[in-house]
Design a protein around this ligand. Structure first.
Ligand SMILES: Cc1cc2nc3c(=O)[nH]c(=O)nc-3n(C[C@H](O)[C@H](O)[C@H](O)COP(=O)(O)OP(=O)(O)OC[C@H]3O[C@@H](n4cnc5c(N)ncnc54)[C@H](O)[C@@H]3O)c2cc1C
Length: 823
């Protein structure tokens, strides 16, 4: 017994030091003291002696810097250099672009919640709010999405003119260049509100404000280029597009086969240094109507006119539409969301070097320029459009499910529908928090490479789930397209968001964890960077520091993951109020588990992990759900811990924890080295898998929130266009919702009388009149039921068409003939 007590004392001291990340010196002192005190009190002198010898044998050599570096770190450095895959230039550039924000804490295994909560609450300025309440509101009032998506396959001229006049294309352009100079939050809010009315309008506005000519010029343009283009872009005098993608370069954008050859040509009698460009681009948004084309290509200088390099690399230029040889104007047709999108081509198009963004000295820097700017646009455009879409789904589906009656009840009362409504409400809460957190990171000056990928992936994937649920709840009403259908086009268009700006499968499998692991890990990048230090002594010193930091980090995460798992996340640092304290502790647990698994996977699989995309994707999911859950907790704090929001927060939080557990379990179960997989299972799930998905009861509370007006629903539908204008069915449905709810008890009274067979009339209004005369309902109730019946009829109605209205204006035969004639 005395031996066990002594061993236990040493073990507890070790565990406590590891848990709190104490230094090696502290560990040595604490364990020796614990061993000696408990060992001597318990009466186990020999055990104490042997344990102290072992403890000192570990600590002393490790504490002797010179010995440790020479005997341990040096051979490990050799091995590490051999097994570490060399980062390609592209990967190196991607890693160097971007910053690490709170996601770094989540990857640390010991997040500092005060860092999260001390971040300023994101808020719109007075001017930005006025813009939302003014031009954005007005633009929403002008949108007829059926006219755009079916009749015109374009925005009507007055909408184009309004967008340009009110500088919707200049949100990211500073005021000094005539733009709006908006914060990322305002930019996001504008896109969200537009997306509630039309995915086509929102996409059209998103693109010039995302990665493209304006942003590239702001960062790299020469003064002349900035002064020329930015004021014109701000007011839509110039319409930009940015062309990277081609038939052979999709997800792997670096493999573009488009090229430019530096050469001289006589232009207007003057010999001009320039380049001949040959390119074949497709899928380019706004290209058909663009007046200035941002073009990415690989630049070669075979005659060495610019220097001694022949292959200069990826380069970016701005080509005016009038450039001779630039073929542009045809359109693609992306899933019935007809924003302007099309191909562009050119062969041996000569342009002067002055068209290079930033001037000739920026030749070959194109890839760096792109990745440095990518994260900001990706953090805003698609997450905001998706968030606008899901907020509109809450407003529309919540109201529709309450007013649509079948089997004598609101369909919202059926548990099957309730399940879909709960998903819509819970996932919208999470998506909105995620979108806001990522915009706030941009406003804090971060370049959130990993969060932007998380936001892009999850906002659009959840958008897909919610769009599907919304359509299911609407039944035939969602399926029959026409001016009365507000849900079908949103559902159709979701895959566009899934595909663009890094298609989702690749974003999940390759980018979130791949970049997150190296970028956010406190030691991996340092170890890799140490390899490139030229002086051996400095290299060894840096590597040694990173390596032993890393080992301590790994041990600590194993202990933390196990301890927090063993206690069911009941101990540890926390924040917030009593309602969410446990949530922070759960996040501590899974943060430690992620850090432990990430280290183990990287340590055992090394460079091969890059190709084990299914493992990498699952660990990426864990990081994502940790990030999303943190964003929700921050939002809860920022909004003053509203009690009304708790069911939404709880539903979304438990969903995230359930998904974290599923992802961790999948990653560990499929880890190829079985003994390690077994060990990880014990350390991560000491009691097995205990997380459960949100309960049915919680789901019912969420469904209740989204089917009745209230403060939580108002927050969920923030920045949704709900003005009950003629063009806004969702707005009018929501305006009727209070009446629909007020009518419910009256309908029950009336229904009872109906069932008793006391009415002679067969039509509804006739029966209502009889009910009034019989005193079953009073005059006000009569008016209410009549008003609701008429209002609801409008919303459950669908469109029908004369067959001639549905044929295409131009048949395929006409089109082929036209193409043949042109050829
Ligand atoms: C409507 C629309 C608008 C667009 N606008 C523009 C624009 O304005 N400018 C521009 O330059 N481009 C634009 N794009 C291009 C867009 O960014 C690309 O379509 C996208 O990057 C994917 O390329 P791809 O379609 O060729 O798919 P592919 O690269 O062929 O990919 C097919 C599938 O394979 C997956 N995949 C590929 N590599 C991997 C990997 N290593 N690991 C796991 N999965 C992988 C992808 O995720 C995808 O699911 C647009 C595209 C669309 C559809």
């Amino acid at each position: 017994m005395s031996v066990i007590l002594t061993l236990l004392a040493a073990l507890i001291a070790t565990g406590a030091c590891a848990y709190h990340r104490s230094s090696l010196r502290t560990w040595a002192i604490a364990t020796v003291i614990a061993t000696v005190v408990v060992g001597l009190i318990a009466g186990a002198p020999w055990t104490t002696f042997f344990l102290v010898v072992i403890e000192l044998a570990i600590a002393v050599p490790l504490l002797m810097d010179g010995f440790r570096r020479k005997q341990i770190s040096a051979p490990l450095l050799k091995m590490f250099a051999k097994v570490t895959p060399k980062l390609s230039e592209t990967e190196q550039t991607a890693l160097e672009a971007g910053t690490v924000g709170f996601e770094g804490e989540l990857f640390s295994g010991k997040p500092d919640w005060h860092e999260l909560l001390k971040q300023p609450k994101p808020e719109l300025s007075v001017e930005e709010q006025a813009y939302l309440d003014g031009p954005v509101e007005e633009l929403c009032g002008m949108i007829d999405d059926w006219q755009i998506t079916h009749e015109l396959a374009d925005l009507p001229p007055e909408v184009w003119a309004f967008i340009k006049k009110h500088k919707f294309f200049g949100m990211i352009i500073p005021k000094s260049y005539g733009g709006l100079g908006f914060s990322a939050l305002a930019h996001s809010a504008v896109l969200q509100k537009l997306a509630t009315m039309s995915a086509t309008v929102a996409s059209t506005v998103a693109v010039p404000n995302s990665l493209g000519p304006a942003e590239l010029l702001l960062h790299y343009g020469s003064d002349e280029q900035k002064n020329h283009y930015l004021p014109r872009l701000a007011v839509g005098e110039e319409i930009p597009c940015f062309a990277l993608t081609g038939p052979y370069a999709g997800s792997d954008a670096t493999s573009i086969s488009d090229f430019g050859i530096v050469c001289k040509q006589v232009v207007d009698g003057v010999e001009t240094l320039g380049m001949k460009l040959t390119f074949d681009k497709r899928y380019i948004t706004l290209a058909p109507i663009a007046t200035v084309v941002g073009l990415a290509f690989r630049l070669y200088d075979p005659e060495k006119l610019l220097g001694d390099k022949e292959d200069l690399g990826i380069t970016l230029a701005l080509l005016p539409r009038s450039t001779p040889g630039l073929e542009i104007g045809r359109r693609h047709f992306p899933l019935n969301i007809p924003f302007q999108n099309g191909p562009l081509h050119g062969k041996d198009v000569f342009v002067p070097l002055s068209v290079l963004i930033g001037g000739p000295h920026m030749a070959g820097h194109g890839w760096r320029m792109l990745v440095e700017c990518l994260s900001v646009g990706r953090a805003i455009s698609l997450p905001s459009n998706a968030t606008g879409g899901v907020r509109a789904a809450v407003a529309a589906t919540g109201a529709y499910a309450r007013m649509r009656k079948q089997f004598g009840l609101s369909i919202a009362r059926f548990e099957g529908v309730e399940e879909a409504l709960a998903r819509i409400g819970g996932l919208t809460y999470a998506t909105a928090a995620l979108s806001r957190a990522t915009a706030a990171a941009v406003d804090r000056g971060e370049k959130p490479a990993v969060p932007s990928a998380i936001a892009k992936y999850h906002a659009t994937e959840w958008g897909r789930i919610i769009a599907g649920d919304a359509l299911d709840v609407h039944g035939g009403k969602g399926v029959q397209l026409g001016p009365k259908n507000y849900a079908g086009r949103a559902w159709q268009g979701v895959p566009i968001a899934i595909t663009v700006e890094g298609a989702n499968i690749m974003t999940r499998s390759l980018m979130i964890f791949g970049q997150g692991a190296i970028r956010c890990h406190p030691y991996v990048l340092k170890e890799m960077q140490a390899l490139s230090i030229p002086d051996y002594g400095d290299r060894l010193k840096s590597f040694d520091r990173a390596l032993f930091g890393h080992i301590g980090f790994g041990i600590s995460n194993a202990v933390r993951s196990f301890t927090l798992g063993l206690t069911g996340s009941r101990i540890g640092d926390t924040a917030g109020d009593a309602y969410v304290r446990r949530y922070y502790r759960k996040l501590n647990r899974y943060s430690a588990a992620l850090a432990l698994c990430a280290d183990t996977f990287m340590g055992v699989l090394g460079g091969k992990l890059k190709f084990k995309e299914k493992l990498s994707a699952r660990l990426g999911d864990v990081l994502s759900y940790l990030y999303i859950a943190s964003a929700m907790l921050k939002r809860y704090e920022d909004t003053g811990r509203p009690e009304a929001d708790r069911p939404l927060l709880a539903w979304a939080f438990h969903e995230c924890m359930w998904r974290i557990q599923t992802s961790l379990d999948g990653a560990i179960r499929n880890f190829p080295v079985k003994p390690i997989s077994w060990l990880l299972r014990v350390l991560v799930f000491p009691w097995g898998r205990r997380e459960v998905p949100p309960s049915d009861r919680l789901g019912r509370r969420v469904a209740a929130i989204i089917t009745a007006p209230g403060e939580a629903r108002d927050r969920l539908t923030e920045w949704t266009y709900l003005t009950p204008t003629a063009n806004n069915t969702i707005g009018r449905m929501n305006a009727l919702l209070p009446d629909v709810i007020a009518a419910e008890p009256v309908e029950r009274k009336f229904g009872k009388a109906q069932k008793s067979g006391q009415f002679k009339s067969h039509d509804y209004v006739g029966q209502l009149s009889e009910a009034l005369q019989a005193g079953v309902i009073n005059a006000a109730e009569f008016e209410l039921l009549k008003r609701v019946r008429e209002g609801v009829f409008e919303f459950i109605s669908v469109d029908d068409f004369d067959p001639s209205e549905l044929g295409a204006a131009v048949t395929r035969a006409d089109r082929n003939k036209k193409l043949a004639d042109a050829a």
